[in-house]
Design a protein around this ligand. Structure first.
Ligand code: GLU
Length: 426
């Protein structure tokens, strides 16, 4: 196996998302033929920018936050990937997230490289005005790297269309252009795409249906558990319920709610909207958060953060299908254990790719200043997503490897072929 050279700014003994990403990339080398000699290029980011983001708080004091923007690989096009605001954001995490974007974009055959950004901040502790100042200063600081043909940010954990509107406006003010194609996931009134806000959750649902059909497992009546009720988990849960599945458990950061007869998803989400928590949702019992991982289900959707399914939880899972709504929710050790246990895992780079596919459409629409109907958006998204999934499914069967390995093989072949054709500069 190819052992990638270390990076001075990453702890070689750490066991985090970047190590997980590199291990997956290195693991597919035997399937890459002569392109495997180029694999070290994927085991290091192209460039890393760390910025200080000072802002004036509402009380007049100044606070400093650490921000990042990482370009993992740009062989196939400009960088593309979201920006997350979270107290736990770290550089090695953003590097891994950028790497997964390289793989996701290539697996979907989108003309993008992989990038990601983040700020180490708990946005719940900031006022709306402070959040706006934070976003504008961060956007200015990473202005060195971003642009419609360089790197196009988008929403991720704890960022939304409003944050994208501030980012776009900041770029517009700094460059004196209208800047619509600078970011995606914008409000529709500012050049956003219809269907973008629902796209990631919708993609999880579409891939769930495709996989269930191939496994001969009816979704009607299937028990579904969803961890995370943000933009991804909430939409996916609602759509699985609409398919006739029984969503028996939902989990957010603070609580886990359970109803074996099926949760009224709309009512639970409305309850959370009103009270700030899932606990106390109509018809639901609260259960211990660890119990969630041992519930008997047909479908489990981790849609929160990396590393949610570690080896300990993987040993307890009682499900047939894991759909990775989050990025990197399964650790490599857990992944191996799930494969051994015959549990199908559809990796993040397929299961949650609906979002970036519609981001691609948004970018294309902005260039043309010609906007599509929601029906066109969803039809085209389904076609790219299901086509890519079918290709990966067949490759997994022919190579006798997991869906994750197959998706990485498809993507690494594309990225490294582009790298080879471009040649090494100078
Ligand atoms: N943050 C999303 C992801 O992880 C979307 C990125 C984008 O639309 O650029 O795929």
């Amino acid at each position: 196996m190819i052992v990638p050279a270390g990076l001075s700014y990453v702890d070689p003994h750490a066991d985090g998302p970047w190590q997980a990403f590199v291990a997956t990339v290195a693991g597919v080398a035997p399937h890459l033929g002569p392109l495997a000699r180029l694999i070290d290029t994927l085991c290091r980011p192209k460039r890393v920018l760390i910025v200080d983001v000072p802002i004036e708080l509402d009380d007049g004091s100044v606070a400093h936050f650490e921000g990042y923007r990482v370009h993992h690989n740009l062989s196939r096009g400009p960088g593309k990937g979201g920006v997350r605001y979270d107290a736990g954001v770290r550089l090695d995490e953003v590097m891994a997230l950028a790497g997964w974007m390289t793989i996701k974009n290539a697996a979907m055959n989108l003309p993008f490289g992989g990038a990601k950004g983040g700020i180490r901040v708990d946005p719940a502790r900031l006022s709306r005005k402070e959040l706006e100042r934070l976003t504008r200063r961060y956007t200015s600081e990473i202005g060195l790297l971003i642009g419609p043909d360089r790197d196009i940010p988008a929403p991720d954990v704890n960022t939304d269309a409003q944050v994208m509107a501030w980012m776009m406006d900041t770029c517009a003010m700094n460059t004196g252009t209208s800047a619509t194609g600078m970011v995606t996931g914008k409000p529709v009134a500012l050049g956003g795409s219809l269907g973008r806000d629902q796209a990631t959750g919708r993609g999880v649902n579409v891939i769930g249906r495709e996989t269930a059909r191939r496994l001969g497992m009816p979704l009607h009546g299937a028990r579904v558990a969803v961890q995370g009720v943000g933009n991804v988990g909430a939409v996916a849960a609602r759509l699985f319920a609409e398919d006739g599945a029984r969503v028996i458990a939902l989990q957010d950061r603070a609580s886990t709610v359970f109803n074996p007869a099926g949760i009224d998803v709309a009512a639970a989400l409305a309850h959370k909207e009103r009270t700030g928590a899932l606990a106390g949702s109509p018809g639901c019992a609260s259960i211990d958060s660890e119990e969630f991982w041992a519930l008997e289900t047909e479908v489990l959707v981790p849609a929160a953060l990396e590393g949610a399914i570690d080896a300990r939880r993987a040993a307890r899972l009682r499900t047939r299908l894991v759909l990775e709504g989050a990025n990197g929710p399964t650790t490599p050790a857990a992944d191996a254990l799930l494969a051994e246990r015959g549990i199908t895992v559809v990796p993040d780079v397929i299961a949650n790719a609906g979002g970036v596919i519609v981001s691609y459409f948004e970018w294309v629409q902005d260039f043309n200043s010609f906007f599509w109907t929601e029906d066109e958006v969803t039809r085209r998204m389904d076609s790219i997503l299901t086509g890519a999934f079918d290709h990966v499914w067949r490759l997994a069967a022919s190579l006798r490897v997991s869906l994750r390995t197959a998706a990485f093989v498809v993507a690494c072949r594309r990225v490294l072929a582009a790298r080879e054709q471009r040649g090494l500069y100078p």
